[in-house]
Structure formats: structure tokens, C-alpha cells
Design a protein around this ligand. Structure first.
Ligand SMILES: C[S@@+](CC[C@H](N)C(=O)[O-])C[C@H]1O[C@@H](n2cnc3c(N)ncnc32)[C@H](O)[C@@H]1O
Length: 254
């Protein structure tokens, strides 16, 4: 038997997706379908802990956000909550913060929220995280909250983030994990039994909230993600668990 020298692509695989292209399309359609209820569901299903995680992530990059004229890209920004947390952390600094997502409907919610907060500072752009419309070495910081796990090719996502970062620039990926021990048992029960039912009830859409626990299960564990970050070319890579490892922040430096 002949072995292929190409490593197989690892990324999100919603039900029915056959390849990275159909996976990406399914992910975009899924988020577009739940966009109107996304925020409500997020806060209800996470008991509002998501706000703490966004804030903590933004704080972790305070040294970049407070810098004059730093350029920041929040990938997979959805309705913008991570982007807004970065904005708040930046305070009066003149950093340029941009939220990017490939679902038009999610971005629309972000712009409506920005207008209702009278916050014209973040810019928004419809773009694919795997093929960004920016020159190389452009940003000081690239973040992503609960979005990276949905990419159709994790390694390509890391390489593209690295490409747009300046030397010395940093990357922060906030995403779900799978805690161990008793917390893990409780968490899995909630995530697999309760969350899909409540999510489906509130959103009126069945697929996404069954996909969520499946996508977390499929996501590489921290040791493997750190290995992939190093292989992609990040010099330093670390993971900090949040809330017993239910979520966690990957950090990489170019
Ligand atoms: C779970 S939401 C997270 C939104 C937001 N960052 C948050 O913390 O609430 C994931 C987002 O990733 C976006 N997404 C997934 N794959 C993407 C890609 N290849 N390019 C751009 N956005 C993508 C989806 O459209 C969706 O809005």
C-alpha cells in the first residue's frame, strides 16, 4: 500500500461535509441561520461566563492594545463580543481594531451592536480566515474567540494568522476544551445532553447545537494544538486553562 506524504487536513467537519470546502460552506450557513439568536443563546448557555473569558483574553494582550497605533485583527468575530472586549481594553489608545467573519449575517449583528453602543472604533470586514485580504506582516495581534475550532483546516488557519502577523506579533486563540475529573463528567453531561436541547429550542434550528459538542470533541487537545502551532512557525506557544479547562487561551508569538 502506498502512503501519502501529505498530512491529512484536520478541521471542522459538520454533518454531511465531504471536504474542507463543503465543511466551510456548512459552517457559514449554520452561523448565518442562528445569527438572530446567537447572542441570547451564547449568554444563556454559558451562564454569562463567556463575558469573563473575552475580558480575560483581552487583558492578556493589554501590552499590545495599549500601544500607539497597534493593529489588531479579531478573526471569526461573529457578532463582535471579543472585538468589543479588545476595544474596551485598548481604552483611549489609538490601536486599530478590526473584526473579520465570513458570515454576513453575523457581521450585520456586530455593526448593529456597535452602532447601539455608539462605538465607531472597530472596523468590520467580511473575510475568510483561511485566505485573508491583508498583506503579510500587517498586524501586531490576531485573536479568535470560539471561531478557530470551526475552521475547515486548523493548520491552514494557523499559517494564515502567522502570515499576517508582524515579527514579534502575537496570536490569541480562545476556545473550548474538555476538562478532566468530576468537572469533566458534569461538563460533558451538560454539553451533550442539555445544551443541544435548549439550543435547538431557543434557536429553532436543530443542527448547530448538536454540532457544538461534536466540534469540541474533535478539536485537538492542548498538547497537540501547541505542537501544531510550533509546526506552523510560532516561536512560542502556550495554553492557559480558563474555568477548569472548559475554555482556554492559546498564545503564540511570531
Ligand atoms: C462560535 S462563533 C464565535 C463568534 C465570536 N468570536 C464570539 O466569541 O462569540 C464562530 C464564528 O466563526 C465564523 N467563522 C467560521 N469559519 C470561518 C472562516 N473560515 N472565516 C471567517 N469566519 C469564520 C462563523 O461565521 C462564526 O461567526
Amino acid at each position: 500500500m502506498q502512503e501519502s506524504s501529505e498530512p491529512s487536513v484536520i478541521g471542522a467537519a459538520p454533518e454531511g461535509a465531504r471536504d474542507p470546502r463543503s465543511a466551510a460552506r456548512a459552517v457559514r450557513e449554520m452561523f448565518t441561520s442562528i445569527a438572530p439568536r446567537y447572542d441570547l443563546l451564547n449568554h444563556v448557555l454559558s451562564f454569562n461566563i463567556d463575558r469573563l473569558w473575552w475580558r480575560r483574553t483581552a487583558r492578556a494582550f493589554g501590552h499590545i492594545l495599549s500601544r500607539v497605533d497597534s493593529r489588531v485583527l479579531d478573526l471569526c468575530c461573529g457578532t463582535g463580543d471579543m472585538t468589543f472586549a479588545l476595544r474596551r481594553q485598548a481604552g483611549q489608545s489609538s490601536s486599530q481594531i478590526l473584526g473579520a467573519d465570513f458570515s454576513h449575517a453575523m457581521l450585520q449583528r456586530a455593526t448593529i451592536k456597535a452602532a447601539s453602543r455608539n462605538d465607531s472604533k472597530p472596523g468590520w470586514i467580511e473575510a475568510d480566515a483561511l485566505s485573508l485580504p491583508f498583506p503579510s506582516a500587517h498586524f501586531d495581534l490576531v485573536t479568535s474567540a470560539f471561531g478557530f475550532r470551526n475552521l475547515a483546516d486548523y493548520d491552514a488557519g494557523l499559517r494564515e494568522s502567522l502570515r499576517v502577523l508582524r515579527p514579534g506579533g502575537e496570536c490569541g486563540i480562545l476556545d473550548f476544551g474538555e476538562p478532566n475529573g468530576l468537572m469533566g463528567v458534569i461538563y460533558r453531561m451538560y454539553f451533550k445532553q442539555v445544551l443541544p436541547r435548549v439550543g435547538t429550542m431557543i434557536s429553532g434550528v436543530r443542527g448547530p447545537y448538536a454540532y457544538l459538542p461534536a466540534s469540541v470533541e474533535r478539536f485537538p487537545p492542548p498538547e497537540e494544538m501547541l505542537e501544531r502551532m510550533k509546526r506552523a512557525g510560532f516561536d512560542e506557544a502556550s495554553w492557559t486553562p480558563y474555568s477548569f479547562g472548559i475554555a482556554g487561551l492559546y498564545r503564540g508569538k511570531k
